[in-house]
Write a protein that binds this ligand. Structure first.
Ligand code: MG
Length: 261
C-alpha cells in the first residue's frame, strides 16, 4: 500500500489589511443572502434568484466568483430538495410550496473572496425538512464553536459529525470545506467528518487563518451522485439534503464569522 502523506497543508495567516477586505467580501455574501431570502416564494424561478444575486454583488463593487468558475454559468448555485449543491439556476426551475432550496454564492472584492450557503424553506415545509434545516445549521455552528487557535482541524470535523449523527442524519463526505483567500478554494481541505488518514486533519489552527466550513447533511445516507448536466449533485437515495456555509477567520479566542451583515 502507498504510504499516506502525513504533513498537513501549509496555510499562511492573513494580514490585518487582508482581513479588512475579506470582511467586506463576506458582508456582501451575507447581503446577497438577505436579498435572495426575501425573494424566495412559490412561483419564483431559480434564474430570478440568480439575476438578483448578481445585481447585488455588482452594485456593491464586487464580482460573482462562481460565474465562469470551471465553466459554471451563474452567480449562485440553486439546489432544490434532494439536490445538495451545484444546481444550475434556470427559468424552468419554479419554486413550489414545501420545497427547500440551498443557495450558495461567492464574491470577489478587491481580489479577496467570500463564500456562503444557506438552505431556505419555500412557504410551509414538512416537519422532516424543518428538522433537517435546523440540524444542518446547528452542525455548522457546532463546527464554528470548535474552532480554536492551537487545536487541530480534526476537532472541527469531529464536532460537526458528532452533532449530525447524534440527530440520526448523515453528513456528506464527498464535498468538503476549504481554505479561502485570494482563491475560492485553497488548502486545507476541511472534512465535515473524522478521517485520521487525511493529512489536513492534523493542521494546527492559527489566528489569522481564513476558511469556509460548509456541512451538507442528508436525511438518508451520505452518498451522492452527479446528474448528467455534469454539475448538479443529488443524494444517492434521493433523500432531502441541506447545506449551510460560513467563511470564518480564526481569532485568538475562537472564530469570527466573515459572511454576516
Ligand atoms: Mg465553499
Amino acid at each position: 500500500m502507498k504510504k499516506m502523506r502525513r504533513r498537513p497543508a501549509h496555510v499562511e495567516p492573513r494580514t490585518a489589511e487582508q482581513i479588512k477586505i475579506m470582511r467586506e467580501a463576506g458582508r456582501l455574501v451575507a447581503l446577497v443572502h438577505s436579498e435572495v431570502q426575501k425573494a424566495i416564494k412559490p412561483g419564483v424561478t431559480t434564474a430570478d434568484l440568480d439575476v438578483l444575486a448578481e445585481q447585488v454583488i455588482r452594485e456593491n463593487g464586487a464580482i460573482p466568483s462562481f460565474k465562469g468558475y470551471h465553466g459554471f454559468p451563474a452567480s449562485i448555485c440553486a439546489s432544490i430538495n434532494n439536490e445538495l449543491v451545484h444546481g444550475i439556476p434556470s427559468p424552468k426551475r419554479v419554486l413550489k410550496e414545501g420545497d427547500i432550496i440551498s443557495v450558495d454564492t461567492g464574491t470577489i472584492y478587491k481580489g479577496w473572496q467570500g463564500d456562503g450557503a444557506w438552505t431556505y424553506p419555500v412557504g410551509e415545509i414538512s416537519e422532516e425538512a424543518q428538522r433537517l434545516l435546523a440540524v444542518t445549521r446547528d452542525a455548522l455552528y457546532a463546527g464554528i464553536g470548535a474552532v480554536k487557535a492551537g487545536k487541530p482541524l480534526m476537532q472541527v470535523s469531529a464536532a460537526i459529525q458528532q452533532y449530525v449523527e447524534s440527530h440520526g442524519l448523515s453528513v456528506v463526505r464527498e464535498y468538503t470545506g476549504h481554505g479561502i483567500g485570494r482563491n475560492m478554494h485553497e488548502p486545507p481541505e476541511i472534512l465535515h467528518y473524522v478521517n485520521m488518514a487525511h493529512p489536513d486533519s492534523y493542521l494546527i489552527l492559527q489566528s489569522g487563518m481564513t476558511f469556509a466550513l460548509e456541512p451538507m447533511v442528508n436525511v438518508g445516507g451520505w452518498e451522492t451522485r452527479v446528474l448528467s448536466d455534469g454539475w448538479t449533485v443529488v443524494t444517492g437515495d434521493d433523500s432531502l439534503s441541506a447545506h449551510f456555509e460560513h467563511t470564518l477567520l480564526v481569532t485568538e479566542s475562537g472564530a469570527e464569522i466573515l459572511t454576516r451583515l
